[in-house]
Design a protein around this ligand. Structure first.
Ligand code: BGP
Length: 460
């Protein structure tokens, strides 16, 4: 074994409720914004396929957990569906949902797999979106109640909790770039949504600490996209720094350090874009920093100085301050259109070590989505050598960061088995297991056998 990982390293994978559970209209689940959007505008979705059945983890979890065990997982991240646990978002708890999540959690633990539970993965209950979603302070409070109830119901067995997955994505998708419901394009509202998400996060952390979950840890999962300037020219450096402020540090700093970066506040002040706040928010955020950080890493962000000044009468957008830059010769995943830059994971970890108190962290998502994977089928097995290579490339850099003292504790692939994805349906497949959409049959890919060896040897 050339790359040996520290004892107790977390090997696993991640899923989210909407993308994996299926049974969207079963078990008394309420509607979330994805169910609603799919019902009303199915043509927006890739090949017109929605989240209603997907891989049907809801009915297959036992079999899936056996497969996880088989390939050596010692951890697994799932999310609770808010609209399943509390249909409508506030009020009565749905006992059928409690039973389902209890079964999943107990089954994982019985098989030696530690559950990592996330509370929010893009899936706002529809009724609360109607009330204004994250723009509304009462929705922030409803989320806090939902979080508190989850700690109470499952905290006796779950000790790793996460408040949000990639909270910047609903801001980008829903309020800036038109790829999530409610498809608003408005920088000011985007700032408010991001800010309220952070307040919701801090209130949930506070509720967690008060809940007395034993030996529990609470964190947040951020998609950190290291920002690289085109050149060392001051204008490019500045552009890259501002992109970093908007897309990474707007959540990373308050979550880990308890405060927003000053330069971000200066920019928002200068352009009159500060969100509406409450007097005690600052102290709340300061007092409720995280114990642990999940890092989702797929791609870096390459940035150059703006070539043309924005129209000053256009609505405020982060894009006023930088242009994206396509570095010649960069390595691409052509299917997803994302750059592959393995060293990014190392740069993120070093940054956490140097500027964020070397907070305990782990790679909570990383993975390679590939179209038409059936092309790689040989004797009934998908030969996904490209995925093995992708994972290995990232693990090598992660390993190096650990050798240099970074506090990285694990690696989760996105995802365990092929699942439904937001606007892209089943276009890109990511799993260790292929899923037949008709029969729901799971078939291991070559990477499943490979990761089994890696987990067994704690390295490769
Ligand atoms: C992350 C999300 C996941 C997942 C993944 C892959 O941003 O947390 O939910 O979907 O990206 O992206 P995609 O499915 O869009 O290819």
């Amino acid at each position: 074994v050339q790359y040996k990982f520290p004892e107790g390293f977390w090997w696993g994978s991640a899923v989210s409720a909407t993308q994996t559970e299926g049974a969207a209209n079963k078990g008394r689940k309420g509607k979330n914004i994805w169910d609603y959007w799919y019902e009303t505008e199915p043509n927006r979705f890739y090949e017109g396929v929605g989240p209603e059945s997907t891989s049907d983890f809801y009915h297959h979890y036992k079999e899936d957990i056996q497969l996880m065990k088989e390939i050596g997982h010692n951890t697994f991240r799932l999310s609770i569906s808010w609209s399943r646990l509390i249909p409508g978002g506030r009020g009565k708890i749905n006992q059928e949902a409690v039973n389902f999540y209890n079964h999943v959690i107990d089954e994982l633990i019985a098989n030696g797999i530690e559950p990592f539970v996330n509370l929010y993965h893009f899936d706002m209950p529809y009724e609360l979106q109607e009330e204004g979603g994250w723009e509304s302070r009462s929705v922030v409070d409803a989320y806090t109640t939902y979080a508190r109830e989850s700690f109470r119901l499952f905290g006796d067995r779950v000790s790793k909790w996460f408040t949000f997955n990639e909270p910047i994505v609903p801001v980008e998708g829903g309020y800036l770039y038109d790829f999530h419901y409610p498809n608003v394009v408005d920088g000011r509202r985007a700032v408010q949504v991001g800010y309220h998400t952070m307040v919701a996060h801090a209130q949930a952390v506070e509720a967690f600490r008060a809940s007395g979950v034993k030996d529990g840890k609470i964190g947040i999962i951020l998609n950190l996209t290291p920002s690289y300037p085109r050149s060392q020219n001051p204008a490019d450096l500045k552009a890259s720094r501002i992109a970093d402020l908007f897309f990474n540090r707007s959540f990373l700093d308050p979550a880990v350090l308890g405060e927003y970066p000053e330069e971000l506040i200066e920019i928002l002040t200068e352009y009159s874009q500060l969100p509406v706040t409450k007097k005690d928010d600052k102290a709340l955020i300061k007092a409720n920093t995280v114990d642990i950080l999940g890092v989702n890493y797929y791609q870096p962000r390459r940035v150059k100085a703006k070539e043309h000044l924005p129209n000053p009468y256009s609505p405020f957008m982060p894009d006023w301050f930088f242009d994206n830059y396509e570095m010649p010769g960069r390595k691409m995943n052509p299917y997803r259109g994302w750059e592959i830059y393995e060293k990014g994971i190392y740069d993120i970890m070093i940054n956490l070590k140097e500027n964020y108190g070397n907070i305990e962290s782990f790679v909570s998502e990383n993975g390679m989505g590939v179209q038409d994977e059936a092309r790689f089928l040989e004797n009934g097995e998908i030969q996904d050598d490209y995925r093995i290579e992708f994972i290995q490339g990232h693990l090598k850099w992660l390993h190096r960061s650990i050798q240099e003292g970074c506090n990285a504790k694990g690696y989760h692939l996105w995802t365990f088995m092929d699942n439904w994805s937001w606007m892209n349906g089943y276009k890109n497949r990511y799993g260790f297991f292929a899923v037949d959409l008709e029969t729901k049959e799971r078939t291991p890919k070559k990477s499943a056998y490979w990761i089994k060896e890696v987990s067994k040897n704690n390295g490769f």
